[in-house]
Design a protein around this ligand. Structure first.
Ligand SMILES: Nc1ncnc2c1ncn2[C@@H]1O[C@H](COP(=O)(O)OP(=O)(O)OP(=O)(O)O)[C@@H](O)[C@H]1O
Length: 255
């Protein structure tokens, strides 16, 4: 059984435009998959659909999403709430939007421990240590932390929740290159430790290569390639070849 699957998943805008058009893919348990595509191709909407976070007036208009063996088509918010956290957890491009601004980090991690059925005082020091955050972070508010620290807090949450599927949507956007590498390493370790299925969303093929082996390529709301990162350059899909060529040119560009 796959950890998460989509079958012709379609999301349509109110004026009729298909923003996501018949997405069909399976992510196996423990698999690490990248999702790439140019800006506006539908990556974040796909993440929102997989987490049940599409905002009205957007919704899944046809097709299906199977999470942990259960069809989520037309699932009520209460069913989604019971899945989010343990079955599917998202690390957002902007970690500030995932953390409650007016609440210290400690209680937010305690809430994750409560959902996971773990003893907060046992797990929190352990996960903060794993993501290289000082224990004092628990007494701070999110706004007192850097972008990289906030992403580490979210990875610590994932370590507590141990979700079946972890979706990371551009988790290193806006971070310097050293912090980016640290975050990717912490994310990769968390996935290894928890055995989660990872969907890593990025427009940066090099970042995807750090954490994933297989990649889905999106263009105009469709999956146009699904295969190994090494073979992207020979893809029949022009969007996949263009992304590879652009990434190679950026890598070889003299400083
Ligand atoms: N709430 C919405 N209503 C209507 N159209 C939307 C809505 N949200 C997103 N879109 C459109 O859906 C398309 C896909 O958006 P999405 O945010 O998924 O792109 P993306 O690939 O994640 O882009 P980026 O890399 O820039 O974040 C875009 O054309 C966008 O304008």
């Amino acid at each position: 059984m796959s950890a998460i699957s989509t079958r012709d998943l379609t999301v349509t805008a109110p004026h009729g435009q298909r923003l996501l058009n018949k997405l069909s893919f399976d992510l196996a348990k423990g698999e690490r998959v990248g999702l790439i595509g140019e800006s506006g191709s539908g990556k974040s909407l796909t993440a929102a659909a997989l987490c049940g976070l599409l905002r009205p007036p957007l919704s899944m208009t046809s097709g299906d999403l199977i999470l942990n063996g259960i069809s989520m088509r037309g699932a009520p918010p209460s069913l989604w709430r019971s899945h989010r956290g343990r079955n599917v957890f998202q690390i957002f491009q902007s970690p500030a939007s995932a953390l409650t601004p007016a609440r210290r980090v400690g209680p937010q991690l305690e809430e994750a421990a409560r959902i996971a059925g773990a003893r907060a005082r046992d797990v929190i020091p352990n996960v903060l240590d794993k993501v290289a955050l000082p224990s004092g972070v628990a007494r701070q508010f999110p706004y007192q932390l850097s972008g990289g620290m906030k992403q580490r807090v979210l990875i610590a949450m994932a370590l507590i929740l141990r979700p079946a599927v972890l979706i990371a949507d551009e988790p290193t956007t806006g971070l310097d290159i050293l912090t980016e590498l640290d975050i990717l390493t912490a994310l990769s370790s968390a996935v290894t430790e928890t055995g989660a299925t990872l969907l890593f969303i990025s427009h940066d093929l090099h970042a995807v290569q750090e954490v994933a082996d297989r990649v889905l390529v999106m263009q105009s709301g469709e999956i146009v390639e699904d295969g190994s990162i090494k073979m992207l350059g020979q893809s029949g899909a022009s969007a996949a070849r263009q992304l590879t060529e652009a990434a190679d040119r950026l890598r070889t560009k003299p400083c």
